[in-house]
Design a protein around this ligand. Structure first.
Ligand SMILES: [Zn+2]
Length: 333
């Protein structure tokens, strides 16, 4: 408890801009030593760790791209009533009010601009979305945007005791997602346009919240993303795609390519497919003609976080797996 006191003091001392993200409900047990069990909701019959972000389900082979945050308050029927609040200042990007069209049930996506980076927060399963909340509307950090609930289109549903908000912090892959998806998956429905889960790649909100808490005024989101653990490096023979503009802060300059002309980009991916570093490459630096060339794989990181299956090992060598190819096709489309 002593530590908590120091932390709340720190909140008053440091400017808000250096700690851009707030927890989306009144449940702050994440910041308490040993509080995880009161903060996370696990899947049915599994420990709280399955409510964290990452390769936390099915022995590491299934990804959970957000935090499942436990309800603190209930009505007399045991239904959750916790207000769900915007994690940061931003605008409403998307609202899904047709719960039968998503395993997220009802969900809200907010757009934020932090240190020049576009980042999107997502809040899934609310029972209710605040009256009058409209796409394009500005919201303030801490503003109530809905009431926690259990909406989902999954067969098993969400039981009362597992009531939670599923909270994500994402980067946005490509504005042309809908047209790419139609081409890549002609038989599949896309009910949510660009707001399809495949077009949002998640960062770990727990790590971001804990890091900004620890670093106070020194916290930088760009710095945080630049230090993602490397899964692999790929060379893409593409020179113009939206990610380069949207996340230009993640480009590492290369004088040779600037002098000779850019023929492609070397892209570093983390285990979840976040392109956290892009280096322009000159044609003289590119050895092969392939559209995408796998340059290196960090095997230890792959074994630690395998669920996205972006790369695959064939004997002693590594290849881009079909999911890795898909991700790169979409990224550079
Ligand atoms: Zn979840």
């Amino acid at each position: 408890m002593r530590q908590l006191g120091i932390w709340s003091l720190a909140f008053g001392v440091f400017p808000l801009s250096a700690q851009p993200f707030h927890l989306p409900t009144a449940n702050h047990a994440l910041f308490e030593k040993g509080g995880e069990e009161r903060f996370f909701v696990g899947t049915v019959g599994k420990p709280w760790t399955t409510g964290m972000f990452g390769c936390v389900r099915n022995e590491g082979w299934q990804m959970h791209e957000g935090l499942d945050i436990r309800s603190l308050q209930r009505d007399k029927h045991g239904e959750p009533t916790d207000p769900v609040m915007a994690t940061a200042d931003g605008t409403v990007a998307y609202i899904n009010t047709r719960p039968s069209l998503s395993n997220y049930g009802n969900y809200i996506v907010l757009r934020h601009r932090i240190e020049g980076l576009e980042i999107y927060s997502l809040y899934a399963h609310p029972h209710e979305i605040s009256d009058g909340l409209k796409i394009g509307q500005p919201v303030k950090a801490g503003q109530t945007i809905g009431i926690m609930g259990r909406t989902a289109n999954t067969h098993e549903g969400i039981s009362k005791d597992r009531a939670h908000v599923h909270f994500e912090l994402n980067l946005f892959v490509n504005d042309r997602f809908a047209s790419w998806y139609k081409k890549a998956f002609p038989d599949q429905r896309n009910d949510h346009g660009s707001w399809n889960g495949q077009n949002l790649v998640g960062l770990d909100p727990r790590l971001i919240l804990i890091t900004q808490q620890r670093e106070g005024a020194k916290f930088s989101l760009i710095n945080f993303i630049r230090h993602e653990a490397e899964l692999c490096r790929v060379l893409a023979r593409k020179t113009d795609f939206p990610w380069l503009n949207r996340y230009s802060a993640l480009i590492r300059p290369n004088a040779k390519a600037e002098k000779e002309g850019i023929a492609g980009y070397e892209i570093a991916l983390n285990f979840n497919g976040v392109a956290y570093e892009m280096i322009p490459r000159a044609s003289s630096e590119i050895k092969r003609k392939d559209k995408f060339q796998l340059l290196s794989v960090n095997a230890a990181e792959y074994h630690k976080n395998p669920a996205r299956r972006l790369v695959t090992q064939k004997g002693s060598h590594w290849e881009l797996a079909s999911r890795g190819m898909n991700l790169l096709e979409l990224l550079t489309y």
